[in-house]
Design a protein around this ligand. Structure first.
Ligand SMILES: *Cc1c(COP(=O)(O)O)cnc(C)c1O
Length: 216
């Protein structure tokens, strides 16, 4: 199947799972420019990258792209991201939040981002623990040039996505709890990849990040 056909199949599958609008972010970290162009030339311009180096190489090919940064962000790479991507999904520590705010201020913009949460408490994964998110958001609210609009998580790798349903449920419950406590900007749930997006959508994902299902 072609890249475009894969994408269309995905759109259809998602629409069969929910009536809500779910934003699809095609993850292009392993995709060559010509494969990306199969989407771009058909008006699909949402792309997710996990490395700032790739952003630099690819952005000139896709001037109207809506970039999402989804990878682990090093403080010194923040400047290569701010103002170039519409959403940074992977804000996972205070140093990075502060640096984003500083760089956004310099550019005279407000950068949107999500807080990455390690719901499954995996040692190997980045992200805040659920119980750390409230105070982290309180700190971020003092950064005028950073706007946190939601939460992101990655589920552990598994052959059976039902085993990680609790991760997506956990992120949704956290978002709802935040909303109930006055954190009204926290709306987005970026969760679900090729192996587990069906379950993530069922649990309320507003953004899914899909690489291999589209590009391989
Ligand atoms: C690679 C990646 C994805 C996409 O993974 P697939 O399994 O190829 O769909 C999604 N989110 C993050 C953070 C990634 O690094």
């Amino acid at each position: 199947m072609t890249v475009l056909a894969n994408y269309k199949t995905l759109v259809k599958e998602v629409s069969q799972l929910t009536e809500r609008k779910v934003e699809i972010v095609p993850v292009t970290k392993y995709a060559e420019v010509d494969k990306m162009n199969a989407l771009y030339s058909n008006g699909i311009n949402n792309f997710g990258e996990s490395r700032t180096e790739n952003l630099k190489i690819k952005e000139e090919h896709f001037p109207d792209a809506n970039w999402h940064f989804i990878g682990h962000l090093q403080t010194r790479k923040v400047k290569d991201c701010v103002g170039k991507v519409q959403l940074i999904h992977s804000i996972n520590r205070w140093k990075v939040a502060k640096e984003i705010d500083k760089r956004a201020k310099k550019k005279g913009i407000v950068q949107k981002g999500l807080v990455q949460v390690n719901v499954a408490k995996e040692e190997s994964k980045h992200g805040l623990l659920v119980e750390e998110v409230f105070s982290f958001l309180d700190s971020c609210s003092e950064l005028p040039n950073l706007s946190i609009t939601g939460l992101m998580t990655m589920a552990p790798l598994t052959d059976n996505p039902e085993e990680v349903r609790y991760v997506f449920k956990g992120l949704k419950e956290l978002r709802n709890k935040l909303k109930d406590n006055g954190y009204s900007n926290i709306k987005e749930l970026s969760m679900g990849m090729t192996n587990d997006y069906q379950v993530a959508v069922e649990e309320g994902a507003t953004i899914i990040r899909i690489g291999s299902k589209i590009f391989s």
